[in-house]
Ligand binder design. Structure first.
Ligand code: IVH
Length: 673
């Protein structure tokens, strides 16, 4: 392509096309091309831009993760201040808000827009003539920080407004981290001995304040747009129209909004979401109520801090006050010593909490948590309870400071804390706690999935000297098992069958199950795919490993160290001689006919009548689909059997297609004919 004009035209059309597919994928969750086709477009754009660097524009999709910015964290003065909302904690307070509003506009009907209050952090996105030019945090409401470089990595933020070319506008929204992402981020940090984020909001805030946008890009933040500051070039009349405008412009807007004709409808909305909120894939901490008419909003005006036309209803906190009776140490499979607070039992959101992880020494020090302290504990969603803070006024002087032990409480080996890490680790190679946790991990559902082999059985196997390494499991006999406490003939046989069955797991499960430090689910899959066999992986050199795009120095080093340990190598041999699958399995052949499940993600909930869960899952896999244990925005179908669980409600909340078992069978039949 020689002609510059032609190049320019191609660049423009490529960028438009890529942004459109980004939008289908990240905003609508409804891609219309495959990842491969998308990558092809992106590759063409990258190549063309590198040939013609003078034609690169700031809003090109290639600039989402740009170079290190020089504007990072400089101060930004918001064109319209970012106010906060006044909070209400009871329906009664909410009704007084409604009474105040109606009193100010006597005789006029008042409609409200009820929206979910997303628990993340507020940002302002400035568009000039339709182009995203700057994004900032809320700061003190008047001045925030420039985080444009990081916001650009969020794919659901359009770099250019769709349909609304010429508009200059400040879009307001809430950046958040999906719970699923939060969990996997913390899991990875735990594996790497890094500090854990207390909740998705902190994780989102920490990720947005990274200097290097590559780190932010890897964190999978998302945003819901909910309002506008300043706008010119378009007339809007209501908050519902604002949301429509945002949606049409290419933003992700939360679908769970309700136009209410009076405060009672708002109350219904609140009650409904208080029940359903745990099913969402993001945290919400309440409901925001806004007078729908923008004209009425203007007439109601604002106080110095907050608008008079809106209020936030906060859900009853899942917090309580209790006393820390003791702090004990739990030794994990990688030897990490985790301090755990033993609490005076307290009821939070319907369940009794008596333990809370304190994560690591630094958190205890920074929160100044002592044994005997009265503390605020919080249980959020499905996340483990957390100690929010100490109430120092309650101290009697008898509290004791916690000291990290210098010797492992389980095996007496030295405890070390590596430079730059927050985790303290047991250095013992024979630590019973590490062995036990390692085996629990090996047999767990997402690893080798040996059903029936719970922590109690594992403890017995270790105590009786039958098992010391995961590979020993494959040499257990009926006689070994029957000798254990509370194991009869039937359970011994079941266990043996489950062990046998686990020998056929795909390679990546085995790689994960080995519990190599820093090798989580994703890395295990990459390694299995790359090497195709455990033997090849075990022989890989540091240089070979580091050349795999997804593998960094820490991971490579850890893998090499694992496979240079003679005990581990011995274990490998044992696994092989026991007939455990060590090769990347032959992938199930893709169906020749297009299958309705090809490329789809399917979640099962409830009991099926026609086939076992496992059979159904295998079937989906043979038809080119994927099954998953939990519902997310990427789920295509939820198949609901009898007594479906919370996944069913979650699917409803997401608007995922739900199939009955009969409908599912029908689709399978169509597939066969
Ligand atoms: S509207 C004038 N709508 O809650 C303030 N805020 O203090 C307009 N938030 O800082 C805010 N979800 O970060 C609005 N649907 C929503 C929201 C929302 C979350 C946050 C926002 C704001 C805080 C309220």
């Amino acid at each position: 392509m020689g002609n510059k004009k032609q190049v320019e035209e191609r660049l423009t059309s490529l960028r438009k096309e890529i942004e459109y597919h980004n939008y289908r994928y990240y905003v609508l969750d409804d891609p219309v091309i495959t990842d491969i086709e998308f990558d092809k477009l992106m590759k063409e754009l990258v190549e063309l831009e590198s040939k013609y660097p003078e034609l690169v524009t700031g809003s090109s999709p290639t600039q989402r993760v740009g170079a290190l910015p020089d504007t990072a964290f400089t101060e930004v003065i918001h064109r319209t201040p970012m106010m906060s909302l006044s909070n209400t904690y009871s329906i009664q307070e909410l009704k007084s808000f409604d009474a105040r509003v109606r009193k100010a506009v006597p005789g006029e009907p008042v409609e409200y827009a009820a929206e979910l209050k997303i628990d993340g952090l507020a940002v302002s996105l400035t568009y000039e003539d339709g182009y995203f030019i700057r994004g900032a945090t809320r700061g003190d409401g008047t001045r925030g920080e420039d985080v444009t470089h990081n916001l650009k990595t969020i794919r659901s933020i359009p770099l250019r407004l769709i349909h609304n070319g010429q508009i200059t506008v400040d879009v307001r929204g809430e950046v958040f981290m999906p719970r699923r992402e939060f969990k996997s981020l913390n899991e990875e940090r735990r594996l790497g001995g890094e500090g854990l984020f207390a909740n998705p909001r902190n994780a989102a805030a920490g990720s947005l304040r990274q200097i290097d946008p590559k780190i932010t890009a890897a964190r999978q933040l998302d945003i819901f747009a909910y309002g506008i500051g300043d706008i010119s070039g378009i007339m809007l009349n209501t908050q519902m129209e604002v949301l429509d405008f945002l949606r049409e412009s290419g933003f992700r807007v939360n679908p769970n909004v309700k136009l209410c004709s009076g405060i009672n409808e708002v109350v219904d909305f609140i009650k409904d979401w208080d029940k359903k909120r745990d099913n969402l894939d993001y945290d919400i901490d309440g409901v925001v109520v806004k007078v729908n008419s923008l004209e009425l909003q203007r007439r109601l005006g604002t106080t110095t801090r907050s608008p008079r036309w809106s209020v936030a209803y906060k859900f009853p906190a899942k917090q309580g006050m209790t006393v820390i009776k003791d702090i004990v140490i739990q030794v994990g499979r990688t030897g990490t010593l985790t301090p755990v607070a033993i609490l005076e039992p307290v009821e939070l959101a319907g369940s009794v909490v008596s333990r809370a992880s304190l994560h690591n020494e630094d958190i205890i020090i920074s929160k100044d948590i002592r044994i005997g302290d009265t503390v605020i504990v919080e249980k959020g969603g499905d996340i483990i309870p957390d100690i929010i803070k100490v109430i120092p006024q309650q101290r009697t002087g008898n509290e004791r400071k916690f000291v990290m032990p210098l010797k492992c409480p389980e095996c007496g080996s030295d405890v070390v804390r590596a430079e730059g890490e927050v985790a303290s680790r047991c250095t013992g190679t024979d630590c019973p706690a590490q062995i036990r946790e390692g085996i629990i991990f090996f047999v767990s559902r997402n690893a080798m999935n040996i059903e029936g082999m719970g922590p109690r059985v594992i403890s017995q196997l270790i105590d009786s000297g039958l098992v010391r390494k995961p590979c020993d499991i494959y040499f257990l006999s009926f006689e070994d098992l029957i000798r254990l406490d509370r194991i009869g003939e039937k359970s011994a046989n079941n266990l043996l069958a489950a062990i046998e069955k686990s020998k056929t797991r795909p390679l990546h499960r085995l790689v994960k199950a080995l519990g190599i430090r820093h090798v989580g689910e994703r890395t295990a899959r990459d390694l299995a795919e790359h090497f195709g066999s455990l033997i090849k992986l075990s022989e890989a050199t540091y240089d070979q490993l580091i050349n795999i795009p997804e593998v960094g120095p820490k991971v490579a080093e850890s893998i090499v160290r694992f496979f240079s340990d003679s005990e581990n190598l011995e274990c490998l041999e044992k696994l092989q001689s026991a007939g455990v699958n060590m090769k990347e399995g032959i992938r199930p052949p893709l169906p020749e006919e297009p299958s309705p499940f090809l490329g789809k993600t399917i979640v099962f909930t409830g009991a099926l009548k026609r086939r076992t869960r496992k059979e159904a899952e295998d079937l989906i896999s043979r038809l080119g689909g994927k099954t998953s244990g939990s519902v997310s925005r990427n789920t295509d179908y939820v198949i609901a059997g009898e007594d479906p669980g919370s996944k069913y409600d979650k699917a409803k909340a997401f608007g995922t297609r739900i199939l009955t078992e009969e409908e599912f069978e029908m689709m399978l039949k169509e597939e066969k004919t």
